[in-house]
Design a protein around this ligand. Structure first.
Ligand SMILES: [Zn+2]
Length: 254
């Protein structure tokens, strides 16, 4: 049984707030599955013309309430505007959120299940992803219970212009950056981890590897320390996301 670390969140109430704020901000809500009676859904917003396609996900770890709340806050403040085409999966593990556990109700860490697809939540998510176009940017939004500061993973196999520096700079104005030379067993510098590996050699895939293999050539997993007050975590995630969106939307899209 999973250890309960976070205060449980009511996924129905949070989902209703996300969908309501999304509707006001011009999003379409697309149900794509069910998780123990809680809906799985995506919020999408299309604007015609050349625009970057940006995917953002949150709530895959149920003991991390900050990420879905950060997305709700950004939807409410109008951040997801006509600069981009948006694909948002704001709450990928509602049963975990309801229980305050990292894993889903069956004890599966959904963020290690994107190769074997054992959980119904991940299978439903992958089916939804298969119907989407490729993304110019994907960001998976997380918290970390062990870290002392904000950090991120970058998967950028083609050496595209990195968004790591603007995200770290923005987060550093809200909270400390994890300056450890090693984070989660990987070499890090200034809060940035750039893993190099062959995805096919990895036994368990997090969402980010699945996205790299199937949907995008530029992705980030951003992590804010769970030891900080919830409002600070939300603000750090908001700042980093806004910086990433501003940087990529400033590019040329043909
Ligand atoms: Zn996480």
């Amino acid at each position: 049984m999973s250890a309960v670390k976070a205060a449980p969140v009511d996924p129905l109430a949070l989902g209703a707030r996300l969908e309501s704020a999304g509707a006001t901000a011009g999003f379409r809500s697309e149900p794509f599955g069910d998780s123990g009676g809680f809906p799985l859904f995506a919020l999408t917003r299309h604007t015609r013309g050349p625009r970057p396609r940006i995917y953002v996900s949150a709530g895959i770890h149920g003991d991390e309430p900050g990420p879905p709340l950060a997305l709700l806050s950004l939807i409410e403040s109008g951040e997801f505007d006509g600069r981009a085409v948006w694909f948002i999966c704001p709450m990928l593990n509602p049963q975990g959120l309801a229980r305050g556990t990292r894993e889903n109700a069956s004890g599966t860490d959904q963020n290690r299940d994107y190769r074997h697809l054992a959980s119904p939540e991940v299978r439903a998510h992958v089916r939804w992803l298969a119907r989407q176009p490729n993304f110019d940017l994907a960001v998976c939004v997380h918290e970390d219970w062990e870290s002392a500061g904000f950090y991120l993973y970058e998967l950028n196999p083609d050496g595209r212009p990195s968004l790591a520096d603007p995200m770290i700079a923005a987060a550093s104005r809200v909270c400390a950056i994890d300056q450890s030379p090693t984070i989660e067993g990987r070499e890090a510098k200034g809060g940035v981890i750039r893993p190099t590996f062959n995805p096919l050699e990895r036994e368990k895939w997090p969402e980010s590897i699945y996205l790299q293999v199937n949907h995008t050539r530029l992705s980030y997993t951003i992590e804010t320390p769970s030891s900080l007050p919830l409002a600070t975590r939300v603000e750090a995630l908001r700042a980093a996301l806004k910086a990433a969106f501003a940087a990529i939307c400033a590019g040329t899209w043909a």
